[in-house]
Design a protein around this ligand. Structure first.
Ligand code: BTN
Length: 290
């Protein structure tokens, strides 16, 4: 175990509330803070039945069983990270949630740290090719068939990756491929301000997409409108993956080639070295060292 929870400063929830300029994300009893929890995503999904309204934000200082993509563990440094989940009921497809969330993380990193980050397909946020944030979106359906989505976001804010060196061998490779905002901008970053910005950015895009979905459904027209197209183009423009030689790990197989483009649903188009173009819907992308 690295840092003990008692020795680090917990999130200042009152400071967060004071800075939170959202319309409903995390407002009043929609903000649930626990010093330690198994996983904010798991808890938010469990609360979905008793919370028919959306915008619940679950926050913690450390997770005992943090979940990463593809069944991996998400390791944190207690009291140093942003670890939160937002409970939503989107009317639009989940890939757009991926896009607005990763763009919101990029914008919040730029605002609080003046550092420029990029997106590694589909939703890892990198600074100088090292991971600073990960996003895990989980979906389910309520008894009316309406989608429930939990957006889970983990950001390495303070501390340095070397602080993880007391961890098990399986977790140590993280220190080679990950970074923190503090390491990148040379000073501590306020987690409360970061969270306030992040929630505001996500809420703004979310509300615009909900509105667009309602209008499209009332008009009975296409499944995509101008705002979704704008989001897609912005997200595509921030992908550091395109044009690069990459590997994609899917369970026991590894594909490699050049990341040529993404399609309208955000799926990756990989030109294999054989010339074949394959559509990648999931997998772990790596940038081989140059
Ligand atoms: C990934 O890159 O593999 C996704 C990591 C997502 C981690 C966050 S931390 C808050 C939320 N709760 C979890 O258990 N996971 C997400």
């Amino acid at each position: 175990m690295g840092l003990e929870l008692q020795s680090v400063s917990p999130l200042e929830i009152e400071a967060l509330r004071r800075n939170l300029a959202t319309q409903f994300f995390g407002k009043g009893d929609q903000l649930l803070y626990l010093p330690s929890v198994e996983s904010t995503n798991t808890l938010a999904m469990q609360l979905a039945n008793e919370r028919p309204e959306e915008g619940l934000v679950v926050l913690t200082d450390t997770q005992t069983a943090g979940k990463g993509r593809q069944g991996r563990r998400w390791v944190d440094m207690p009291g140093c990270n942003v670890l939160l989940s937002i409970l939503l009921r989107p009317l639009f497809p989940p890939h757009l949630l991926v896009m607005i969330t990763s763009l919101a993380v990029l914008d919040s990193v730029a605002d609080t740290c003046q550092v420029s980050a990029t997106i590694k397909w589909p939703n890892d946020v990198l600074v100088e090719d090292r991971k600073v944030a990960g996003i895990l979106i989980e979906t389910s359906h309520d008894s009316n068939g309406r989608m429930i989505a939990v957006i889970g976001i983990g950001v390495n804010v303070n501390g340095r990756m070397q602080d993880l060196s007391g961890r098990s061998a399986a977790q140590v490779p993280l220190t080679l491929t990950a970074t923190t905002l503090e390491s990148e901008c040379g000073q501590k970053v306020s987690r409360e301000l970061f969270i306030a910005q992040l929630l505001q950015y996500i809420e703004k895009s979310y509300l615009a997409l909900q509105q667009e979905s309602k209008e499209l459904s009332a008009a009975g027209t296409a499944t995509s409108g101008p705002y979704s197209r704008l989001i897609r183009e912005r997200w595509r423009g921030q992908l550091s993956t395109l044009g690069r030689t990459i590997t994609v790990q899917q369970r026991n197989s590894i594909l490699s080639g050049i990341a040529e483009d993404v399609d309208d649903d955000g799926e990756l188009l990989l030109r294999r070295h054989s010339g074949e173009l394959v559509r990648i819907t999931w997998g772990n992308v790596e940038y081989p060292t140059r």
